[in-house]
Ligand binder design. Structure first.
Ligand code: ZN
Length: 266
């Protein structure tokens, strides 16, 4: 089990594209940081209005963006996120729309909250999702614009093959084997992610990570693998979150690296 780390007085800024990215990508790390006393600030670039809808009754007024905004607030509460900065850039077009504006918003968030570390997607956008790649690009350039004062930037990925294992575990629990993971091939998750430089052990936080993921109810219906996976399976499969420190100019040490166990490449 991971050692307790004191992160009081530290701030972490996590930058993602849609409500649910934060919980799926690194909900365990965010909860662990918050429990250790860090102020966790989440910037979400869109309200996810083009996402799937697991149950029409959840969006009876047709306002998916509004429902997903509330789901995000609920997930953030479960994870211990102190502040959510939710923007309304167009879901599905984050790589090309409003580029200067999103850049400025990330810069001004860094300027205001003075994070000790910034987390975002890696180059692979978890599974080559273009919105995720766009947020990766905007965050990289925003952090880089601070030059020597830039906080360390961390890219979160998913272990290769892990979503296939999650789906297989859920199938053993009765998930229909034609269930869809938002139409995404499970093997795409993490398939081309560069090797992490450290992993964060979040096994004691997996139940909260799972609860946060499931609070995105429009995305996680009864036949979602995340709904059908048991706690013990989730602890085994989702209990380590991989990160890589980005090659920015920063010379700072980071609170996030202190939580991590270095990956020794063989
Ligand atoms: Zn997303």
């Amino acid at each position: 089990m991971p050692e307790a780390t004191d992160c009081s007085g530290r701030t972490i800024l996590a930058v993602f594209a849609h409500p649910d990215d934060e919980s799926i990508a690194c909900g365990g790390t965010l909860a662990r940081l918050a429990d250790a006393g860090a102020r966790v600030v989440l910037l979400c670039a869109s309200r996810g209005e083009r996402g799937s809808i697991s149950d029409r009754a959840l969006v009876s007024d047709g306002d998916l963006a509004g429902v997903r905004s509330r789901e995000l607030q609920e997930a953030a509460g479960i994870l211990g996120v102190a502040e959510v900065l939710l923007f309304q850039h167009p879901d599905g077009d984050l790589r090309w729309a409003d580029v200067p504006q999103l850049h400025r918003e990330i810069v001004s968030a860094i300027d205001r909250v003075r994070p000790d570390g910034v987390i975002t997607f890696a180059e692979d956008g978890l599974y080559w999702h273009l919105d995720h790649i766009g947020v990766h690009e905007r965050t990289y350039t925003a952090v880089r614009s601070f030059g020597d004062d830039a906080p360390p930037l961390y890219y979160v990925t998913m272990p290769k093959g892990i979503m296939r294992d999650v789906v297989d575990a859920a199938i053993t629990n009765g998930l229909p084997d034609d269930s869809s993971l938002w139409g995404i091939e499970p093997d795409a998750f993490g398939d081309y992610a560069k090797a992490p430089t450290f992993v964060v052990d979040v096994r004691p936080w997996v139940s909260r990570k799972l609860a946060a993921i499931r609070s995105h109810r429009t995305q996680i219906g009864p036949n979602s693998p995340f709904k059908r996976i048991a706690d013990a399976q989730a602890t085994e499969l989702l209990g380590f979150e991989p990160f890589r420190r980005a090659p920015t100019m920063s010379r700072w040490d980071s609170v996030i690296e202190q939580l991590g166990e270095r990956v020794v490449s063989s």
